[in-house]
Design a binder for this molecule. Sequence first.
Ligand code: G3P
Ligand code: CA
Length: 260
Amino acid sequence: MESKKIIAHRGMSTLAPENTMAAFELMPAYNINWLETDIAITQDEKLVIMHDTEISRTTNGIGKISEMTFAQLQQYSAGAWFDEQYCAEKVPTFDQLIDFLNRTQINVNLEIKSVTGKDAKQLTNSMVQQLAVKINRINPACRVVISSFYPDILMQLQKLRPDLEYACLFNPYTLPFWRPIAKLIGTKIIHPDNRHLNQRQVEKMKQAGFEVNVWTVDRIDRANQLFNWGVDGVFTDIGQDFPSHHKQKRHASHFLTTWF
Ligand code: G3P
Ligand code: CA
C-alpha cells in the first residue's frame, strides 16, 4: 500500500497558532511527518515564516512584513491572537524551521509567498537567492518540495537549484491550465485547490503520472474520497483528527478503501 500523506497545513494550526514553532512542535505527538508552511521576507531581508503579506491577522502588530525589519517584527506576539498561553510565540525564522526539521526529520513543503510593496522585486530576488543556499542545511533525510502560486518565482529558484523538487499550486481559476503550467516548470507534482476538484480531473492528473496533493481538506470523509480517487496527499488543518496509522479496510457494500 502506498502511503498517503497527511500534511499539517501551517503546522497543527487548529491546536496552536498557525505557522509558529508551537504549531510545528505538536506534529510528532500526532505522528504527522509532513509540514506545509509559508516563506516570507522582511525589509532587512530575513527569511521568516508567515502566510499573509500583512501581519495583523496572526500577530498583535500592524503593517506589511516586507516594510518592517526583523527586529520590529520580533516585538509582536504571533500567538496571543490564538490564545493567551501562546503570547510568547514569535514569528519563526527560516533557520528555526530548519533546526526543527533536522531534529524531527519531518518532511516539508515550503510555499514561497509573493512579496508586496515598493521593494517587492529586490526582496523576491533576495528570498530566492537565500533559499537556494539555506535549503542545503536541511537534513537530506527530509524530503523538501518547493511550491508557489507564481510559476515565475519557481522558475527563478529552479535556475539556481534545478536539483530540487517543485510543485505548482492551483486555485479553481488556474486549474484548467495545470498541464501547460506544470510543463513550463517541468514538474510532475501538482497542488490543486480542494474546492470544485472532481474525480475526472484527479484521474487525468494521475494518468499523466503526477503526484497530486490537495489543499485544504478539513473533512475526513472528503480526504477519504480524494484518496480513493488516487490523490497522494492532503493538506489539512485538522491533522489531529486523522488516525496515526492509516489501515486499509474494505467496505463490503462498495469495495472502496476506507483510509481512516
Ligand atoms: O500549499 C497549500 C496551501 O497552503 C496554499 O494556500 O493560502 O493556504 O497558503 P494558502
Ligand atoms: Ca501555504
